[in-house]
Design a protein around this ligand. Structure first.
Ligand SMILES: Nc1ncnc2c1ncn2[C@@H]1O[C@H](COP(=O)(O)OP(=O)(O)OP(=O)(O)O)[C@@H](O)[C@H]1O
Ligand SMILES: O=P(O)(O)OC[C@H]1O[C@H](OP(=O)(O)OP(=O)(O)O)[C@H](O)[C@@H]1O
Length: 208
């Protein structure tokens, strides 16, 4: 039986996550970022890897279906999962921002309508500022919303800034920096302490 299970987010950070494990000498046969297979074992079968959507990684870890997760801070914050966040892997770096049309004022509109894929993060940010908001939950192409009057502003991930630029939008406020993190199930952290701590130490050694 594997000593522990690790859930790795599919999507744009998968290659870098797999590369990090590779650099630690942990390889999984047939695992590539485009794999359709979902469960993998390393060569001595001490580690089981499951390959899941980023948005689901915190759920697998919080519920103990996986002991460790490799996933974006955006998904951790949005899920509000009760897990330990132990390392910043410094990959998938981007940020959350409030964005909108140039000159858009945030303080004059009440309530401010916000389009986002991340309703919890948006709600928490504006509630810390004591601002009343309405959320329009979207699943993609969020930048369209202020352009066609569906929302006043968006709360979304900005990486290169190209999507904002190409749609004539600008950052109005920065919310917080985002990157890929290592998370651990709370019970596993105690019960599988030795295996998990030595894995964390190995990851730490291989961070660039
Ligand atoms: N430009 C970016 N847009 C979105 N996420 C980014 C970006 N740059 C880095 N990231 C990080 O990459 C992670 C995975 O992004 P990706 O878009 O593949 O996942 P996703 O949001 O689950 O995609 P989808 O919902 O389209 O399947 C995000 O959780 C985030 O932490
Ligand atoms: O600053 P940039 O480098 O342009 O990256 C930011 C964009 O990338 C993400 O969208 P994604 O590509 O996941 O597509 P989506 O609209 O389907 O969510 C994010 O939601 C922004 O739209």
């Amino acid at each position: 039986m594997a000593a522990f299970t690790i859930a790795v987010a599919k999507g744009r950070t998968a290659d870098q996550s797999i590369h990090l494990l590779d650099s630690m000498g942990i390889t999984f046969q047939q695992l590539t970022s485009s794999s359709r297979k979902l469960i993998f074992y390393n060569s001595d079968e001490t580690i089981k890897l499951i390959f899941v959507k980023g948005v689901d990684v915190p759920t697998y870890v919080a519920k103990g279906a996986a002991d460790i997760g490799i996933v974006g801070k955006d998904n951790i914050l949005e899920s509000q999962a009760d897990v330990y966040e132990v390392l910043d892997l410094k990959i998938g770096t981007c940020k959350f921002a409030v964005a909108g049309k140039p000159g858009q004022l945030l303080d004059t509109i009440k309530p401010l309508t916000i389009a986002t894929k991340y309703p919890t993060i948006a709600r928490n940010y504006f509630s810390r500022k004591g601002k009343s908001i309405d959320i329009v939950k979207l699943n993609g192409s969020v930048e369209l919303a202020p352009l066609i009057g569906l929302a006043d502003v968006i709360v979304d991930i900005v990486e290169t800034g190209n999507t904002l630029r190409e749609n004539g939008l600008i950052i109005l406020e920065e919310v917080e920096p985002i990157s890929t993190r290592l998370i651990v199930n709370k019970a596993s952290f105690a019960l599988k302490s030795q295996a998990i701590h030595s894995f964390i130490q190995e990851v730490q050694k291989n961070l660039t």
